[in-house]
Design a protein around this ligand. Structure first.
Ligand SMILES: [Zn+2]
Ligand SMILES: [Zn+2]
Length: 272
């Protein structure tokens, strides 16, 4: 699905942003506050993308009853702002939750969990903390972090077919806590130049590029101070660009301050 295709040029100019959260899930602000901030910033198109329901963890997502209220509120704002700003009502859908049941304007397909049930665990969250990340590797993959990462990218490879994504969310979120290591790509948790790591993400990228769905260049981790570069990392962006994959800029904002933040830094990379 390519429902956001027509906004490509606005997005490159930093005038359209489709990844933002509200207090309906784990964001700080109401939909009204977010939309007002987008209008004040001069955006021409703005999409809210609350976390869709994940039955295996209700701590980050909108509950199903809340999804209806969220949609009604965003639709009302779209009418109110129609002469200044196009407001879209989207969802960020976790891969393991499958297809969204509501008729959203667009879907960001993301992987925040890996299924460890065969390894004796549950559906485990990978972006909560460094400690939980390491705990999953220890308990379910015998400490083999690359086996855990392979599982992550196997899941990532299915994100378009499982969620009907219009945008591939933060492709390499598994690297979230891999900062602070010494020497190039040798991060604190694993080596991003390790052959097993590269093979894992390349397989997923190859599969997802067949879909034609754009990969996010997601600046949310920079805004929240986790990293100094966007998701995905530069070698992955270069690979996708070299294979004629597509990109969309996203701020993954959790408050009104960060809409379209850092987009100018990546303007040249997505010119094609
Ligand atoms: Zn996400
Ligand atoms: Zn998000």
């Amino acid at each position: 699905m390519k429902r956001l295709e027509k906004y490509g040029e606005l997005n490159r100019q930093g005038l359209a942003d489709f990844h933002a959260h509200t207090c309906y899930c784990d964001g700080d602000n109401t939909p009204a506050e977010m939309v007002r901030a987008a209008a004040d910033k001069g955006l021409k198109a703005f999409g809210l993308s609350g976390h869709g329901y994940t039955p295996y963890d209700e701590s980050y997502c909108m509950l199903q009853a809340e999804e209806a209220a969220y949609e009604a509120e965003v639709r009302a704002l779209a009418e109110e702002y129609a002469d200044r700003l196009e407001v879209l009502c989207g969802v960020e859908q976790d891969c393991l939750a499958g297809n969204p049941i509501r008729n959203w304007d667009y879907v960001i397909g993301s992987v925040h969990y890996i299924d460890c049930r065969e390894q004796g665990g549950g559906i485990e969250v990978i972006d909560e903390s460094r400690e939980t990340w390491l705990n999953i590797a220890d308990r379910y993959f015998d400490g083999d972090v690359y086996a855990m990462i392979e599982k992550y990218y196997e899941t990532e490879a299915m994100v378009c077919e499982k969620t009907g994504a219009d945008i591939i969310g933060h492709f390499d979120l598994i690297t979230k806590y891999n900062t602070g290591g010494e020497g190039g790509n040798k991060g604190a948790l694993f080596d991003e130049s390790h052959p097993r790591y590269i093979l894992a993400w390349q397989k997923a990228a190859d599969k997802l590029m067949e879909s034609g769905v754009p990969f996010e260049i997601n600046t949310g981790g920079m805004s929240r101070g986790y990293r100094t570069d966007a998701y995905p990392a530069k070698p992955i962006r270069d690979y996708i660009a070299a294979h004629d994959g597509r990109f969309i800029l996203s701020s993954d904002s959790h408050n009104t301050e960060t809409l379209c933040r850092w987009f100018d830094r990546y303007h040249d990379e997505i010119k094609k």
